[in-house]
Write a protein that binds this ligand. Sequence first.
Ligand SMILES: Cc1cc2nc3c(=O)[nH]c(=O)nc-3n(C[C@H](O)[C@H](O)[C@H](O)COP(=O)(O)O)c2cc1C
Ligand code: SF4
Ligand code: SF4
Length: 263
Amino acid sequence: MKISLHYYSGAGNTEFIAKRMAKSFEDNFCSIHITRVTADNIKTTIEDFDILGIGFPIYFRDAPELIYDLVRNLDGKSKSIFFFATKGLYSGNAVKNIMAFSITQNFQPIGSIEFFMPGTDFLTLFAKKSSHTEKLLKRIHSRDIDNKIKNFAARIQNSLPAKIPYKKWYTFFDEYTVKKLERMYDNHHKNYIDQFYSNPEICIECMACTRGCPRNNITFDGHIKFGTNCDVCFRCINHCPPESIQIGNITKGNARYNKVELL
Ligand SMILES: Cc1cc2nc3c(=O)[nH]c(=O)nc-3n(C[C@H](O)[C@H](O)[C@H](O)COP(=O)(O)O)c2cc1C
Ligand code: SF4
Ligand code: SF4
C-alpha cells in the first residue's frame, strides 16, 4: 500500500505528528511519501498512490486555506483520504468541514484524528521566563501520541469508509458570537501582518525564514522584508535562530517555540 502524506505546519507541531505517523505507518504496513504543503506545491498528483493523508493545524476552528486549495486542485477518483489535525484547545467543525469538502472532490474519507498540542497562536505572546511559559512549552497534551497513532494506523490499514462527524451543537455559539468578536477585535490576527520585521543588526542572513515560509512572503534584498501574503503561522518568528524577527513590540523578549521534537 502506498500513502501520500501532505501536511501544513507553522511552528512545527503538525510536522512532528506527521513524521511520527509516517514512521509508525511505514514500520507497520505501507510505504509513505511525505510532503510539507506550501504555496509552491498545492498542485500535486496522487496517481501513484492508494491513499492520500492530509495533516494541518487548526486555525480559527478551520483548516488553513492552503489545505483547501490542495484538495480543491485534485480529483480524488474515489480514492481513500484521511485527515489529522493538531490543535491548542478547540477545533470546532474543522475536521467535519474539510472531510465534507473532500467528498465534493470525489474522495472517500476513511478516518480522522486530532491531537492536543501547545497552542502556537499565543506562545510568543508570553514572557520567555515565566512559569506559565515553561509549563506550556513542556506540555504535549496528547501524551500517548504513539499509541493513538498506532490505533489510527489499524483503521487506515483496513480502509473502511468513515462517517463525517456531526456538527457539534456548541459550535453554534462559536459561529454567531466568537467569530463575530474575532472579526471586530482581532481580525484573525490580520492586524499583525504589517508589523512583522527582522532587525538587520541581529539577522545572520541564514535564510531559514525565506525557505520556511509556506506563502513565500519573505524576501531578502539586502535585508529581510515581509509582504502581506501571510498566514500568521508563526513559523518565521519561532524558527529564526537569533530571534531577529518580531511582531512590532508584541513579541519582544517573549518565548519562542522551535524544539517541539525535544519536548
Ligand atoms: C493563527 C492561528 C490560529 C489558531 N486557531 C486555533 C483554534 O481555533 N483552535 C485551536 O484549538 N488552536 C488554534 N491554534 C493553535 C494551533 O492549532 C496549534 O498550536 C497547532 O498545533 C499548531 O500547529 P503547527 O505548529 O503545525 O502550526 C491556532 C494557531 C494559530 C497560529
Ligand atoms: S511570514 Fe507569515 S506565513 Fe510566512 S512564515 Fe512568517 S508567519 Fe508564516
Ligand atoms: S531566519 Fe532570522 S536570522 Fe535567518 S535570515 Fe531570517 S531573519 Fe535573518
